[in-house]
Design a protein around this ligand. Sequence first.
Ligand SMILES: [Zn+2]
Length: 328
Amino acid sequence: MGSLKLPDEFTLVEVGEGIHAWLAPNGSWGMSNAGLIFDGKESMIVDTMFDLPLTRSMLDSMATVVPEIRSNVDILLNTHANGDHCHGNELVPTNRIIASAETAAEMGELPPSALYAMVESFRGDVSALGRYIQYAFGSFDFSNITMRMPTETFTKEMSVAVGDLDIKLFQVGPAHTKGDVIAYVPAHGVVFTGDILFFQETPIMWAGPVDNWIAACDLIESFNAVTVPGHGPITDNSGVRDMRNYWIMLRDQAKERFESGMSILEAANDIDLGPYINWGGPERVFLNVNSLYKEFGSNQIAGDVMSLFMEMGAIWDSRCEEKDLPVS
Ligand SMILES: [Zn+2]
């Protein structure tokens, strides 16, 4: 199948027999996809949303095709620790939440209340950073979220049964985050990649190393499956190859500039993104070059998240604002 366009609003799409993808209308900050797998008896949900209202509408929509999930979901999988994939866990009626051990550990690092306080502290702030934070996070409701943690963890690989269906979980991180997992349904040729795949959106490498991410793309490509990315429209191996090629391009261009003595900011501004300049969030190149420079052993890494947002906000302000700003 070819790639599909994103819907105009959050939409549930059937991607295989009994398998649905919950697709966000755009793939930018916090606008994540999720999944529902049902074999006629048992169910599994792959990821929740960034806030409770979005998670409620996801569950309501999923219940129109599988009413059983109103009272019981057999398994909830969190592909990784970013809040846009797990903040809504408390709303899922399940006793079994699975994640990699690294993801479970990372989930406690940034409580939703801290995100809430950060966004509130920038309300009305008209600096580039203030406007960028509002653009990225200002439309979500981070109040009153109680983080519900995984009940069961694994490392490397795990097979789980959803009724008669065999679901293969592969821990492919650290890459995007410390413990990224993908979920593959061999019987129906569908894979949920979490944020190992951003499609037509600039990915974000919080953790690395980049070679893990490239190897994860190779694994996903070997499935030759209908591919549901963490952000962006449904795709197939063409989208998987795009992701791998982005990382090879960025790794090689960043390495040259590191070796020639450029700073991270100079490199981020100098790199020719080629066709990827048209992906959403091109300013994330700064964060990604920062992560690559860390791998290369640079001693000028921006260590804290706020300085990363400050640099991305400055690039966004100078290059991307007109295109990206439709924020109330
Ligand atoms: Zn995400």
